[in-house]
Ligand binder design. Structure first.
Ligand code: HEC
Length: 410
């Protein structure tokens, strides 16, 4: 069906050696080639292969019928057959991305503009870093369903109910987000400015939730893991008490750890809001250009000398100190400076880090191998998958294929 993908099948010598090492442990020998093919397909597509699909995979993986497979051929079989299945898009990718779209992190939720955009970016083999900053959205292209609406998710509920293959561009098509939602193109920031994300993370509160969940879902780190009390607290907002419970040491030893780095980054969202009430379906994303949302200035009396947000300028204090290990890089918007204005450049700041690449790979590994990377061989595999992801210009299909080949024996 689709012939648009460009999976880079060139494998590093390291990956080949790793494959040999696994073969020598005997785990691959126990699972015959046919079982391996079945398992790879099942894990990528979420359903077993048909007999014809299985035979087609075997023709690639075990061309000489000796019941021995190597990683390259296995990866190629996975790319040509399993990645072409509707199950990969409608089930596996949807289930992987759905927990990122709600605070409960449940996968039992309808398709929405966030999940559809993740599915589309992967399908088209696009640079997956765009998920946090591009002017992109994927919408249904089939007839007989409600049009996209800023005020409801019906379009995606009906698209999903149609059962059509989201891997088909005639079913799910790429559009610019600005043309679909009418948000200013400069204000779009990938999935962060979708309706689903806004409803989940710009609702009520102080917009720090959007930052926290983006860190969890795309950097694989909750804020507990990035706490650093050695950063300057000069941008912590007024709502954070400087002496919680009357004790300024708590502020310095605890609150500063998250808020000194988080508050200047979450400032990027200063012009966004969700109009609806928490726990209801109604509402839409609101963007007030050059005008700071009132939620940034609430509870100013908690500490009047705190930072009063004047604009959407953000700074990444975590480029220095212990969080420099996240591997910050140059971005298309800000170069190497770690500062900018608005959600788009801040999204690129996160997406162009080493932590982002490693996080995507780990999520794919866990999805396909059905366990987190634990052994030293698993961690070596993750490193090789990160290298392959970068070499493929962040085509996430590469990671699925690599993971499927790696885990085919267990
Ligand atoms: C582990 C990281 C972390 C630490 C430590 C931390 N905060 Fe926060 N804080 C957050 C996050 C994340 C939010 C946003 C919560 C949300 O909306 O989901 C937040 C929100 C807030 C808010 C806004 C009100 C709200 O609930 O949204 C205030 C006020 C606040 N924190 C004060 C403090 C104080 C005072 C301390 C120290 C006692 C502290 N925080 C320590 C991460 C942290």
């Amino acid at each position: 069906m689709l012939k648009m993908r460009k999976v880079n099948l060139a494998r590093s010598a390291g990956a080949v050696m790793l494959g040999m090492a696994i073969a020598m442990t005997g785990s691959l020998a126990q699972a015959g080639a046919r079982d391996q093919a079945k398992r790879m397909y099942d894990r990528i597509a979420g359903v077993p292969p048909t007999e014809a699909e299985l035979n087609a995979m075997m023709a690639i993986m075990d061309a000489d019928n000796d019941d021995v497979t190597d990683s390259d051929a296995a990866a190629q079989a996975a790319a040509e057959l399993a990645l072409d299945s509707s199950g990969f898009y409608n089930v596996t990718l949807k289930n992987m991305a759905t927990p990122w779209t709600n605070e409960e992190q449940t996968l039992f939720a309808d398709l929405n503009d966030f999940t559809a955009t993740v599915i589309g970016l992967v399908r088209d083999g696009d640079d997956f870093r765009k998920v946090l900053y591009d002017d992109v959205i994927y919408v249904g292209a089939i007839g007989g369903i409600s049009p996209y609406s800023n005020d409801s998710n019906d379009h995606y509920v009906e698209l999903e109910a149609s059962g059509e293959n989201l891997g088909d561009p005639a079913v799910l098509e790429r559009r610019t987000q600005s043309s679909v939602t009418a948000l200013d193109s400069a204000a779009t920031a990938g999935v962060m400015t979708t309706r689903a994300a806004a409803k989940a993370f710009f609702v009520a509160g102080t917009n720090r939730a959007m930052f926290r969940f983006t860190m969890m879902n795309f950097m694989c780190r909750d804020l507990e893991q990035v706490q650093d009390t050695s950063r300057t607290p000069d941008r912590i907002r007024q709502d954070v008490s400087r002496s919680p419970g009357g004790d300024s040491r708590i502020f310095l030893n605890r609150c500063v750890g998250c808020h000194s780095g988080m508050d200047p980054l979450a400032q990027a969202f200063a012009y966004y809001n969700w109009t609806g009430e928490e726990g209801t379906e109604a509402g839409r994303l609101q963007y007030t250009a050059n005008s700071v949302q009132p939620k940034y200035l609430i509870n100013a009396d908690n500490f009047r000398y705190g930072y009063a947000t004047p604009n959407d300028n953000w700074d990444n204090y975590w480029r220095e100190g212990p969080n420099s290990v996240l591997g910050w890089n140059a971005t298309p918007f800000t170069g190497n400076t770690g500062s900018g204005s608005g959600a788009k450049s801040m999204g690129a700041e996160l997406a162009h880090s080493d932590a982002f690449a490693e996080c995507q790979v780990k999520k794919v590994f866990t999805t396909v191998c059905l366990h987190e990377p634990t052994t030293s061989a698993d961690h070596a595999q993750v490193s090789s998958m990160v290298s392959n992801l970068e070499a493929s210009n962040y085509n996430l299909q590469t990671a699925f294929v690599d993971a499927a080949a790696y885990c085919r024996g267990d």
